[in-house]
Design a protein around this ligand. Structure first.
Ligand code: PHE
Length: 357
């Protein structure tokens, strides 16, 4: 091998030894074997070599190219193996580490209350019924024995939608209570029946304790021998389970609803000053109830001489605020994540009756 080739070989081998990573190695390869590489240039110049030396020179150049290509590949394999070793050492998996916490959502107090109601009434044999938020005037009012121009309609002023036919039927309304689902359930389900109806309701009210959209939970039982005693037993059991106060005082007070007769407001005992439930001498109204009015049964084709029942309805926000000491209604709908974190419920600990709700 001529001196210039020995020198090229020595320099290339030194450069390969010095290349610390595959990128540096590639730079060496390009500088020798690339299009403008040193060895490529010598091969290109072979034609200028005197013919008598050309054969020997050509063989030497080819041999050098093979040697250097092999040296480059050997070095590459070495560098890649070292790189993999380093990665394996750095990224070693420790299976004993605890998993990183996954951010979990929380159950909104309204949803939690409705789950608890479903658990308690579910244990008493109630099914869940639902109806549309946009109701006909008939379902929301007339079928419930609230005729047009009846003063009870003023207590439940709501939002009216645009009527589809201007002349005829009254416009659809956003339901003012969950009671229209009483009508739908009696029309749709076979008797006897027991349902609760958790859902959204609407009224044209807006202040610190009233929201234009809120939630109610209705209850309806229709059977052959239902009495006021059933109504009282059912609601006393529910209120004591829901508020988790076994001897919670419950008072039934005569009242009026067009769709029940007799009608009763239901109050629970509490201490107005401390907010403590079951203690103190004050009463707090919690729900409306009564025996289903015979005219309501007749409106859905049920014979009131054969079937009786009771119904009740309560505000979901109101009982939620009482149970958890939440002072203000408005943040229920603000989606403020700090409020939700404070009052939200663990989704992995659902309401189950045998643990107490
Ligand atoms: N619908 C009534 C209200 O919204 C509550 C109620 C329901 C009263 C069922 C009696 C029976 O005020």
């Amino acid at each position: 091998m001529t001196d210039d080739l020995s020198e090229l070989r020595a320099e290339t081998e030194a450069a390969l030894a010095a290349a610390a990573d595959p990128r540096a190695l590639d730079a060496v390869r390009v500088s020798v074997l690339g299009r403008n590489g040193r060895l490529t240039a010598l091969l290109r110049d072979l034609g200028k070599t005197p013919p008598e030396q050309r054969r020997e020179r050509g063989a030497a150049l080819n041999a050098l190219r093979d040697t250097l290509s092999a040296a480059i590949e050997t070095r590459r394999a070495g560098l890649e193996a070292a790189e993999l070793d380093a990665r394996l050492a750095a990224e070693r998996l420790d299976p004993s580490l605890p998993p990183r916490p996954v951010p979990a959502g929380l159950i909104h107090p309204i949803s939690r209350t409705m789950e608890e109601m479903a658990a308690i009434f579910g244990a008493m044999g109630f099914a869940i019924a639902e109806g549309p938020d946009v109701e006909t005037d008939w379902h929301n009012f007339s079928a419930l024995n609230i005729p047009a121009h009846h003063p009870a309609r003023d207590d439940q002023d709501t939002f009216y939608l645009t009527a589809s036919d201007a002349g005829g039927a009254p416009p659809p309304v956003l339901r003012t209570h969950t009671s229209p689902v009483q009508i739908r359930t009696m029309l749709e389900r076979p008797l006897p029946l027991r349902v609760i109806v958790p859902g959204r309701t609407y009224r044209a009210d807006h202040d610190a304790t009233h929201s234009p959209m809120f939630h109610q939970c209705e209850g309806l039982v229709i059977d052959r021998d239902i009495t006021l005693g059933h109504l009282k037993g059912c609601l006393i059991d529910f209120l004591r389970a829901f508020f988790a106060v076994p001897d919670l005082p419950v008072r039934f007070r005569a009242s009026y609803f067009p769709f029940t007769e007799p009608s009763m407001e239901v109050d629970i005992g509490w201490d107005r000053k401390s907010g403590e439930l079951g203690k103190g001498g004050d009463w707090l109204e919690i729900l409306g109830s009564g025996m289903v009015h015979p005219r309501v049964l007749a409106n859905v084709g049920i014979d009131p001489r054969e079937w009786q029942g009771f119904a009740f309805g309560m505000g979901v926000e109101r009982v939620t605020m009482l149970k958890h000491g939440i002072p203000d209604l408005r943040p229920f709908y603000d989606s403020d994540i700090r409020w939700l974190r404070h009052y939200g419920f663990n989704p992995l600990a659902p309401a189950v009756l045998h643990e107490g709700v």
